[in-house]
Structure formats: C-alpha cells, structure tokens
Design a protein. Structure first.
Length: 165
C-alpha cells in the first residue's frame, strides 16, 4: 500500500481544513497543516487586501518548518483555499520547496463560487509529479462555511483518491 500525506492551508473558516480532515478520515495517512512564519493579522478585509497584493506580486511567504519529510510519501494531497483566483501564497511556497518527481499529487481547493485557475496553477507548480484526482469544493459565496458541493461528489472523489493507494 502506498503512503499518503495530506497537506493543507486553511485561514478564515477552516473550509480547506474540513475537506482535508474528511479525506484523512476515509483514506488514512498523515495530515500536515502548513502556515506562514508571519501570521496574517487584522480584519478579514485587511487580510483579503494583503492576499490580493501578495498574489499580484507572486509573493511566496516563508513557511513554518514542517514536521515530515515529503519524500517519504508516494501520494501527496494538497489543499488550498482560493485567493484571488489562484492558490494561497503559502501553498505556492510549499509547492516550490518540494521535489515532486515520481510522486502522485492530488490537488484540491475550496472556493466561494469563483474557482479561478487554482488547479491549473497547482499542477504547473508541481514539477515532475503525476497529477491525479483534482477536486474543486465550493462553499457559500458569502465567505461562510456552508458546503455547496454535494457531499456525494466529495465522497466519490475520496474513493478515487483511496484507489490510488
């Protein structure tokens, strides 16, 4: 059986964390939350504005040290919220800091109705990886935590990921 690592970043409502934990409950494996060294602060609107600036500049914030060796895993599921039509900058930092050659990467993202080009950008950043089972999960468009994607669709995706192992 292959070894899976589920990596995610989640900021405001924990939506991406929720999906990462659903995946882990069904497929097992290890769970790794990544975060910035310098935490985002201020109001929601302040962070949204900072995030837009970072995305526009291609900024890659420094991430906190991670507790696992990604090279020890065969399958790496990576989750991000959508920030200005792409992945959160901290996820880009993580992707650029790893060697995915020979690995299977499962990109997944959460959004409020505007998925943008997150999955395409994640695939591009995972040089050398085999990409499988990408997933877009929608929550309500008001920035809340109400799941819009049917649970059955998420369950089907989880079963596809499980089949990789």
């Amino acid at each position: 059986m292959k070894k899976i690592l589920i990596v995610y970043y989640s900021w405001s409502n924990g939506n991406t964390e929720r999906i990462a934990k659903m995946l882990q409950q069904q497929v097992g494996g290890d769970l790794l939350k990544i975060d910035t060294v310098e935490p985002y602060s201020g109001s929601y609107d302040d962070v949204v504005s900072q995030g837009q600036d970072e995305v526009n500049r291609g900024y890659e914030p420094e991430i906190q040290p991670i507790s696992v060796n990604v090279a020890d895993y065969d399958v790496i599921a990576i989750g991000t919220p959508t920030w200005w039509y792409t992945m959160a900058p901290v996820v880009l930092t993580f992707l650029h800091s790893q060697n995915f050659t020979g690995k299977t990467v499962v990109p997944f993202m959460t959004n409020g109705g505007w998925p943008g080009h997150v999955i395409k950008d994640m695939k591009k950043a995972c040089k050398g990886a085999d990409i499988a089972c990408d997933m877009q999960v929608q929550f309500d468009s008001t920035g809340g935590d109400h799941l819009e994607t049917p649970t059955e669709q998420i369950e089907q995706w989880i079963q596809q990921v499980k089949a990789l192992l």
